[in-house]
Design a protein around this ligand. Sequence first.
Ligand code: C2E
Ligand code: MG
Ligand code: MG
Length: 577
Amino acid sequence: MKPIALHSTRAGASLRTGLLLGVLAAVFGPALLWLLAALLPPDVLGQAAAPWRAAVLLMVVVQGVTGAMLVLHLLARRLEEPLARLTEQAHALAALRPATTLPLRDQAPELQPLARGLDALRERTAQVQGELQAGKAKLRRAATHDALTGLPNRTLLQELFGHEAASARRQARSLALLRIGIDRLHTVNETLGHSVGEELLTGMAHRLAATLRDSDFICRGGGDEFLVLLSGPVGWDRVATAAERLLRCVEEPLQLPRSGQVLGASASLGIAMYPTDGSDFAGLERAASLALQRSRTLGRGLYSFYQPGLDQALRERIDAERELARALERDELTLVYQPMVDAGSGRVLGCEALLRWQHPERGLLAPADFIETARQCRLMADLDAWVLEAACGELAGWLGQGLAPGRLALNLSVQQARNPALSEALRDALDRHALVPAMLELEITEDAFLDDPDGVPRALARWRTLGLGLTVDDFGVGYSSLSQLRRLRPQRLKIDCSLVRGLPHDTEDCALAQAMLAMAAALGIEVLAEGVETAAQRKWLLAHGCALQQGHLHGMPMPAAAFAAWLARSPQPQALA
Ligand code: C2E
Ligand code: MG
Ligand code: MG
């Protein structure tokens, strides 16, 4: 606030001079007359002048009083104007308006301390106001920007969308909202640490922003997601081209500045068009989310446009997730155990724990009915933890009854294989149930390696150091290569049921099974055939050197108590120390 100096006017000066002369005349005129009357001897004025002298005296008194009042009035007038100005300043300060001020030398001396005080107050107010403005700007930035990436946040996008949507309506054009999710950021966080995950996210934020046109707007949508609003003329072609460009820019390897690592990433993208897919921001955002989820289920590095049927599919999935979470809480899950035998001697070598869900309405459900839901909603870790705990508890129980169940095989999800916390959980479960690692065997499916060719072998190496057995499950239906097998060196391969089914009549299946057995023998890996249902299959496999078998012919999957009874009747394996 800049002080504005006010100067007294010329008219004001002449008024003051006139008033001064008036005061002098009023005070000194009658005083002179009184002095004259008082000093002259009475005989000079004569006896007749005595009453006149009294009148003169009265007039002197009246005029004295009038003069004093005039002086007071003039004094008040002199203070009145600057006081009004100072009052105005005080009001201006109170209203936080720029205050004007008189230069101190123009103030009456009596008012100078007050004027000085007001000046100091004005300066301090200006300073505090400046600080407030700066604080407000900071708060606004914090409320509208993401602290990690520095990008605007959803709040700002929402504000902008209001303006853009209004202008799009007026001009009868469309807008496009793109929701981009960085794939598997949680895996990066879990395996390489959160700081690497944050670096990756920040790097991708800058890259995505640099790929867009000036008229487009990007913000962080939270977690691993970004939102982009495309304005201007947005036909389907332009949206698809922009989506493609955004996805490709994420796929370029990124050198992380702090950790120095080079990471490859991919993203999935969902697109919703305004006004067709949503008439307001919330509706449009939801449609873009559904489209993103569709891209994620189709694979990685893809984009999808919103389609109306997606709502129903999502609702069903959410219901399924909720139900499964409740099943864990209400203890509706259970394990059944299927024997693995040496088909030559009939001895039990171990068993595989298989998950079941005793659904209150739908009855006993097999994993095919719910494992995929668990995978998609990230309940898999909870499910695996439950299986580990329940299976170890039951194994310890059988051992306590003097039974020799052999190795217990657990099916582990791919996500869990990469989770370093799993090694800890395994060691903890073994300790608590007083089991040795050689009693457990972990089964992992072939496509796990396809998903993450480097991460999974690293995780498996951790398990091996714990002393756990490792089996590649469903071998022959996935995509694992010989070189991956060589890197992993599992103890065992399980030939998938679908291949065993054709034995011994289907010549192609026979040739395939023979090739697998020969290859495994060359690599020194044991082979177990699953899904053995007939005596002919058993015989063919035995004849071709595959004695380890599992299937309905040898034993159905059974609840724990039934398995214990079955074990008691069976030839016992050697105890594992
Ligand atoms: P898998 O590990 O290959 O398990 C073998 C499947 O073959 C089991 O199906 C078993 O019941 C079935 N099977 C066994 N013998 C025969 C037979 O003679 N004929 C036929 N047709 N089938 C036979 P299930 O129990 O439905 O399990 C299916 C898959 O679900 C498992 O395949 C495994 O990948 C997964 N799974 C099962 N339990 C768990 C678990 O606790 N955790 C995880 N992550 N996955 C599990
Ligand atoms: Mg299995
Ligand atoms: Mg299998």
